[in-house]
Write a protein that binds this ligand. Structure first.
Ligand code: B12
Ligand code: SF4
Length: 512
């Protein structure tokens, strides 16, 4: 019985930017006596059904966007006599769907780190259950990924998770519901050991693939400090202290490392945290800005963000501390108007955002938005005989890009204006201008341009365009850019690199 682990994707680029972490975590969760799992990442190359033999196990991980391709792979694998097991966020939310559409023998909900070995043991004993619940394991139980299984010369960035879960409750996001609102931090040693393993192999760019790298804000501490019972405050202080301890360890690693993470805007008000990030070589962060207007922020339950000039100041604070911002904006909010697009692009430029993504509002299952939308808007509508409320089952070419009627704009207007905003923000002259503010050497500026162009081709043109010729052209361009960019990212391996010595961070004063 050979074990295959497959990451589905409709588009393969030959080279990928970021290692899909779950593949290598699930490989680590596979007990050695089953042999080394065969890993297939379709963002690199398409899955080949002939590689499956009767009696093999095929584990497929899906999120909503790649569920349909995942189901196709599940059916192909089962036809060849394999046992098919699904996991990942989408399977967690819709386990029955994986059985109905993906020919799953079994489905795993939640974290796979611990439960995967149980699935394999039950299968070997002939008593595979139709459903397993891996739950939400504690931070200390997260497995380290099997980076020794990475194919050579394929990825530009490694990915190491340091924390799971997010205390916020944004309406468009499923993380706080599936991963929970309680931050689950991995141990500092586990994280640093993985970073060292990746740097030894020549990776110097590493995504800290966290939901929110800043789980305790100064406002949280102040609120907890006002409570009579101080246990919550102590708990928050401990979480914060561990973040600083992690950053102090990362600081001691080789200077050529570059980390990138995801963070809420509140970190801009915490200079001590930003200074520690900079020292830890965390050079960039995706900040969920979402909307530049107070009404827009209210609509997505994100009123802890700022709008207007206060927003510009917050974003600039990251830049002043050497943390480059990838601003993430949502278009298609009911409060958006035709002039919101230009206002957003202008603000992104003015605030010194290094990169930006402009996504169109999409109701993702498991979110507050989805719950409302499913009830109100889509019940009766079908596309290709599939209810719109199960849009991920609609063939990609027919799938709508906008899901709810907008009070002021048509779906196509939102799509066209979003595409135009990407085009404007990633205009060569503007990228070149931004590169000057972000990096110094000519080589680094060229790299900045390459990354900007690559990012846009991979995420904007293949995602927003309705024209399949444009999508195919973008995928080809992205392949070429990815090959060019790759050599800028990879450094000489450092096989001798040791773990840094443990250095305890002195206790710091806390704002209460
Ligand atoms: C890092 C990340 C990215 C990176 C991915 C880089 C990469 N190559 O992996 C980038 C930035 C590129 C990205 C892009 C997008 N992402 Co993203 N991303 C994440 C994030 C923050 C962490 C994922 C991760 O690495 N986790 C660590 C691994 C170890 O955990 P895991 O994947 O959950 O896997 C565990 C279990 O699920 C389970 N499991 C998973 N698969 C399988 C399979 C089997 C067989 C078994 C047994 C178990 C199992 O076991 C694993 C170990 O415990 C998640 C948030 C989250 N909490 O998941 C969002 C998340 C997955 N992304 C999300 C979204 C929406 C997107 C985008 C669509 C955003 C956009 N609008 O462009 C794009 C989609 C890109 C694409 N087409 O694939 C949503 C998905 C929602 C949904 N319902 O599908 C999430 C949940 C965030 C959110 N705010 O809701 N993303
Ligand atoms: S969007 Fe970000 S801040 Fe909001 S709940 Fe999701 S992970 Fe947390």
């Amino acid at each position: 019985m050979r074990i295959h682990i497959v990451n589905p994707s409709d588009v393969s680029f030959g080279t990928a930017v970021i290692t899909p972490r779950w593949l290598y975590v699930l490989a680590a969760a596979t007990p050695a006596h089953y042999g080394t799992p065969l890993i297939v990442d379709e963002t690199l190359e398409a899955f080949v059904p002939d590689t499956i033999e009767s009696g093999d196990v095929v584990g497929i991980g899906i999120h909503t966007a790649n569920a349909l391709r995942g189901y196709q792979i599940g059916r192909l694998a089962r036809e060849r006599g394999a046992t098919v097991v699904f996991g990942g966020i989408h399977s967690t939310l819709y386990p029955d769907e994986a059985r109905e559409h993906g020919a799953a023998h079994s489905v795993v909900k939640g974290d796979g780190d611990i439960v995967w070995s149980q699935v394999l043991a039950d299968l070997s004993a002939g008593k595979l259950a139709p459903l397993y619940d891996g739950g939400r394991i504690e931070g200390g139980a997260f497995l380290s990924a099997r980076w020794d299984l990475l194919p050579a010369d394929k990825y530009m960035w490694g990915s190491v998770q340091t924390i799971r879960g997010c205390p916020k409750h944004c309406s468009f996001c499923s993380v706080w519901r599936t991963d929970g609102q309680k931050p689950r931090q991995r141990t500092v040693d586990d994280v640093v050991r993985e970073v060292v393993a990746l740097r030894r192999r020549g990776f110097r760019f590493i995504l800290l693939s966290d939901d929110n790298f800043y789980p305790v804000t100064l406002a949280d501490l102040a609120a907890a400090g006002r409570r009579a019972d101080k246990s919550h405050l102590e708990n928050l202080k401990a979480i914060r202290a561990e973040r600083f301890e992690l950053m102090a360890q990362l600081e001691q690693l080789p200077d050529d490392l570059v980390f990138y993470t995801q963070i809420t805007m509140e970190a801009a008000e915490d200079p001590e945290f930003l200074i520690a990030m900079r020292k830890a070589k965390i050079r960039g962060a995706l900040v969920g800005i979402e909307s530049v207007t107070p009404e827009g922020l209210k609509a997505v339950f994100k009123d802890f963000n700022h709008a207007g000039e206060a927003l510009v100041t917050r974003l600039q604070a990251f830049g002043h501390h050497g943390v480059h911002v990838l601003g993430s904006f949502i278009f298609g909010l009911p409060t958006d108007k035709p002039d919101t697009f230009k206002a957003t692009a202008d603000l992104a430029q003015r605030a010194g955002v290094s990169f930006a993504q402009f996504v169109m509002l999409q109701p993702f299952p498991g979110t507050v938005d989805f719950g409302k939308w499913e009830k109100e808007a889509s019940a009766a509508v079908t596309v290709d005989s599939t209810p719109l409320s199960r849009y991920w089952l609609i063939p990609t070419a027919l799938r709508p890009k906008i899901y709810a009627p907008h009070p002021a704009m048509s779906a196509d207007e939102i799509r066209r204006r979003t595409q135009a905003t990407w085009d404007e923000f990633y205009r060569f002259s503007l990228i070149w201008k931004r590169s000057k503010g972000c990096v110094k050497s000519m080589r680094a500026r060229i790299m900045f341009v390459l990354i900007s162009k690559l990012y846009r081709q991979m995420y904007a043109n293949t995602g927003i365009a309705t024209d399949s010729a444009r999508v195919a052209r973008s995928a080809r361009r992205a392949r070429v850019l990815a090959r060019l960019a790759r050599k800028f990212f990879i450094a000489s391996p450092m096989p001798e690199l040791e773990m840094p010595l443990r250095r305890l961070v002195p206790e710091r004063p806390t704002v209460t």
